[in-house]
Design a protein around this ligand. Structure first.
Ligand SMILES: Cc1cc2nc3c(=O)[nH]c(=O)nc-3n(C[C@H](O)[C@H](O)[C@H](O)COP(=O)(O)O)c2cc1C
Length: 174
């Protein structure tokens, strides 16, 4: 299965987790095609035909990003708005994502135990990512289990980040 990883981090130069994950992906060149939204579209103008072609060429797409305000960074939300077009992704003739597998790989600042109905955040990450699941359902794509690392805002050690990068590669190899 060929995999596209779409990395969306607005400040990769100051990132610890996503930058390390990217470095790990580059150590395993056969594992995926890596595509960086903020790098390729610094002005926010997304090349829609290119993005649609990339999605069509890959069986599986993983969206990698830091969790911002319980959601995607803004360019990734724009990517959905621009790329999932009527007649291509949905509508009577829009079937290009049908049967494609898609998943999320997220670095999450807060602790895992806070993302519970009875915790301080009151919502699970599965609940917060429901718009993604609903979007995939709308276009006939298959939602994969997500990969997440929690506590990224709490002084993760380099060793913990290294371990998360290795776990991320294992997730992609599944
Ligand atoms: C604008 C902004 C919004 C954020 N919102 C959340 C949030 O809603 N929930 C959370 O757990 N962490 C949140 N964080 C923390 C980020 O998820 C965390 O800094 C990031 O995952 C670390 O990854 P990195 O080292 O690759 O930047 C936010 C950070 C920023 C800068």
């Amino acid at each position: 299965m060929n995999t596209l990883v779409i990395l969306a981090h607005p400040h990769l130069e100051t990132s610890r987790v996503n930058r390390r994950w990217k470095a790990e992906l580059l150590k395993h060149p056969g594992i995926c095609t890596l595509h960086e939204l903020y790098h390729d579209y610094p002005d926010g103008q997304i090349d829609v035909p290119r993005e649609q072609r990339l999605l069509e060429e890959h069986d599986r797409t993983i969206l990698q990003f830091p969790f911002y305000w319980y959601s995607y960074p803004p360019l990734l939300k724009k990517w959905f708005d621009d790329v999932f077009t009527y007649g291509w992704a949905y509508g009577s003739r829009g079937d290009k994502l049908k049967g494609k597998a898609m998943g999320l790989a997220m670095s999450i600042g807060d602790k895992e135990q806070h993302y519970r109905a009875d915790g301080p955040i009151s919502f699970t990450v599965d609940q917060l990512t429901a718009p993604f699941q609903a979007s995939l359902r709308h276009v006939g794509a298959i939602a994969l289990p997500h990969f997440a690392v929690y506590g990224a805002s709490f002084q993760m050690t380099d060793e913990q980040i290294d371990r998360s990068a290795e776990a991320y590669v294992r997730y992609l190899k599944k």
